[in-house]
Design a protein around this ligand. Structure first.
Ligand code: IVH
Length: 703
């Protein structure tokens, strides 16, 4: 039996930590120091370790659940999650206002204007105040149940309401406050809003991805969506995600006598009281002029928000009036989105060209009449793939709308059909490679939807360019100074046909190229020379074998230790590595079976490149402090580059992971560490500062 005293202590700790989470993550006004917070948290962890029966669903320890899921369960929304119709000009906004006015014959209509947050729409279901389900929008009717991922986001309350600090003190004196608070919460309520990745967090994450040789995210929205799609909540917990809430779905209220808001303004106040984050600023407008002014003002200040805002949402304030307007199947009639013009532009699609990438993938590119967009002149935009052109019915000569959101490359989002004259030409996607005229074949990319056409010719000039650029890139052989322009020059001058030719270049060769002085020429040659000693995984990654990224390359070099052993391996032997499946094994095997590739490898050997792995394989290396341990790096290190630190750890038999979990043995924290640091503290994982880490390397003989 657990004593009442222990139970009460547990309850108090849960409440108190939840309150501090709200103060820190929702209100940005921490009440206690990190140290005091940690002490409370540690006490809670200890208590729950001793009495596992005490663990409640709203305990802060439950933010990171256990095991990764195999797939997400579907979740049917009780009330569908609609989307919004878009407008692009004040004129269109006025048309919307008139449409509403025709339905509601009231002179004094109140409008609200809110920022349109460029995040991922989510719906949180609370039952009797406890967070039960977090789900994505999906098709509006049914989304994915991503509860475990949602729980990792600290600004999401696990139980509502979260009492504020002074209220909780009052609670001791008068239980009346508690009763009032209870009336805030219906029996069942779906709270709706957006999950987003703050812009600074996004930039930091992408820097880390780059350093680890992983794919970068195109923009904060993709990064947020990609994070929420992770099946392992422990990875999600490392991602800097935040929330804004502005709506509700179902509210079941029969028994609880909760005071339910009757307008958007009341709703936002209510959400705040419950402990949710709400939009940075909201305008209440009583006239058309006020409304247009609010939209203009938002445009001026939106860049100061932590999330990307690509527009304004205009809503009727009163819920009763909303009822009168109703909804279509897709969107409500009482609200509309206004997309800011600076993010979009209209121009003429002069032509469609097709670009060929390193893997031979054919990507259609829109050649545009130059147009200014968000401060830069845009001449080209991506059209993604053949299917996209067909779906949007994009024709050459069309007037199109292009959009640039955040850091993404501009894309064609649609055609202005009213401007069609009939003289436009349909685009036929080439069935031969536009670079070399060879045949193309259909393939799909792992993890991506849609069919990709690829050039089958291994000697296609576009592929050669792409392969050499990839070889020199940071995540592969890391040859500084050899980028797109120099590679194109080298190929044009006939100096380089494949990556092995790089190692034959001399300073005087390079000096013959345009805009290349002696100093830069010798720097480039030096960088190429240095790359000969790169670790084997970089070389394997650099070969550009389809589906072989940095991660797979590391597994391969750990397992085989030399390039020769990998080359001589059977498909089955490659497939036997746990991280490597059929498709990848087949791709690797095929690559090394190709006589041309074998010859390339021989040329690289002759050039003196390192073919041996320094990554740990258990039988080969004597044990060190690092052997078999998992490390996580966070923050900036002064005296060692992050990838250098990583390779040293790996050389010594350790593993570097991008996320902290119970399996992490050490977290190395540099300057201004991220959330990984907090997580490590929570889990009681050993944290090393830079000095301690360097000492450990030294002791293991790696410094
Ligand atoms: S209200 C019934 N308010 O934009 C639909 N939506 O393009 C009510 N969004 O699906 C939506 N910020 O995911 C609303 N302040 C805001 C919003 C917002 C972003 C999203 C939402 C919606 C999408 C429509």
């Amino acid at each position: 039996m657990i004593s009442d005293e222990v139970k009460n202590r547990h309850r108090r700790l849960v409440d108190e930590i939840s309150r501090h989470d709200k103060a820190y993550y929702v209100d940005a006004k921490p009440i206690i120091s990190d140290r005091e917070y940690d002490a409370l948290y540690d006490e809670l962890v200890e208590l729950e370790k001793k009495y596992p029966e005490l663990v409640t669903p709203d305990s802060p320890t439950q933010r990171v659940g256990g095991i990764p899921l195999k797939e997400f369960k579907p979740y049917k929304h009780d009330v569908p999650m609609l989307s919004l119709d878009n407008t692009y000009s004040p004129g269109e906004v006025m048309e919307f206002i008139q449409r509403v006015r025709r339905i509601i014959k009231d002179d004094e209509i109140e409008w609200v204007v809110e920022p349109k947050i460029d995040g991922v729409a989510v719906s949180l279901r609370y039952e009797n105040g406890i967070l039960k389900v977090g789900a994505t929008r999906g098709d509006g009717e049914t989304g994915d149940d991503i509860t475990e991922n949602i729980k990792t986001i600290k600004s999401v309350p696990l139980r509502i309401p979260v009492l504020s600090d002074d209220e909780s003190q009052k609670e001791e004196i008068q239980s009346q406050v508690v009763k009032e608070k209870k009336n805030l919460v219906p029996e069942v309520v779906e709270i709706r809003g957006e999950v987003y990745m703050p812009i600074d967090g996004f930039e930091k994450l992408n820097k880390e991805q780059e350093e680890l040789g992983e794919e970068k995210f195109a923009n904060p929205r993709n990064a947020a969506a990609g994070s929420l799609k992770q099946l392992d909540p422990r990875i999600v917990a490392q991602r800097p995600l935040d929330t804004v809430f502005y709506g509700t779905g179902i509210i079941i209220n029969e028994l609880s006598r909760a005071d339910i808001p009757q307008s958007q303004i009341e709703l936002i106040e209510w959400l705040k009281k419950l402990g949710f984050k709400t939009p940075d600023k909201i305008w209440v407008c009583k006239s058309e002029q006020e409304l247009l002014d609010a939209i203009t003002e938002l445009d001026k200040i939106r860049h100061s928000f932590r999330y990307e805002t690509d527009g304004a949402v205009i809503k009727l304030n009163s819920f009763a009036l909303r009822q009168q307007c109703g909804s279509t199947a897709k969107a409500p009639r009482w609200a509309i989105a206004y997309k800011y013009e600076s993010q979009r532009a209209m121009t003429v699609l002069k032509d469609i060209t097709v670009q060929v990438g390193r893997t031979g993938a054919l990507t259609p590119v829109a050649e545009l009449e130059p147009v200014e967009l968000a401060g830069s002149v845009i001449r080209r935009a991506t059209l993604h793939n053949e299917e996209e052109i067909r779906r949007k019915d994009i024709r050459i000569g069309d007037t199109v709308i292009i959009e640039k959101a955040g850091e993404v490359i501009p894309a064609v989002v649609g055609v202005v059909f009213e401007k069609r004259t009939g003289k436009e030409n349909q685009f036929t996607f080439p069935r031969t490679c536009p670079e070399c005229g060879s045949a193309v074949s259909k393939s799909s990319i792992i993890g991506e939807e849609g069919i990709i056409w690829r050039c089958v010719n291994e000697d296609c000039p576009a592929k050669i360019r792409g392969r050499i650029e990839h070889w020199c890139s940071r995540g592969a052989m890391d040859i500084e100074g050899v980028g797109e322009i120099l590679v194109a020059q080298l190929i044009k001058a006939g100096m380089v046909k494949d990556v092995s030719d790089l190692y034959k270049l001399t300073v005087s060769d390079l000096e013959r190229l345009e805009r290349m002085g002696e100093k830069s020429a010798s720097n480039v040659i030096k960088a190429i020379e240095e790359s000969k000693n790169r670790d084997l995984w970089r070389l394997i990654h650099g070969l550009g074998i389809l589906h072989v990224g940095a991660g797979v390359a590391k597994e391969l070099s750990k397992h085989f230790q030399t390039l020769d052993d990998l080359m001589n391996a059977t498909k089955e032997q490659i497939n036997a590595i746990p991280e490597i499946g059929d498709v990848i094994a087949e791709s690797i095997f095929q690559w090394f079976s190709n006589p041309k590739n074998k010859q390339l490898v021989e040329r690289l050997r002759k050039a003196g490149l390192n073919f041996k792995s320094s990554l740990y394989k258990s039988e080969l290396i004597s044990k060190t402090e690092f052997t078999g341990k998992t490390f996580v790096l966070t923050g900036e290190l002064d005296s060692i580059k992050r990838d250098e630190a990583q390779s040293k750890i790996e050389t010594l038999g350790g593993k570097v992971s991008s996320s902290v979990s119970k399996k992490t043995n050490f977290v190395i924290a540099g300057k201004s560490p991220g959330s990984k640091y907090d997580k490590a503290k929570q889990l009681g994982i050993k944290i090393l500062n830079e000095e301690e880490f360097l000492k450990m390397l030294k002791d293991a003989g790696a410094m």
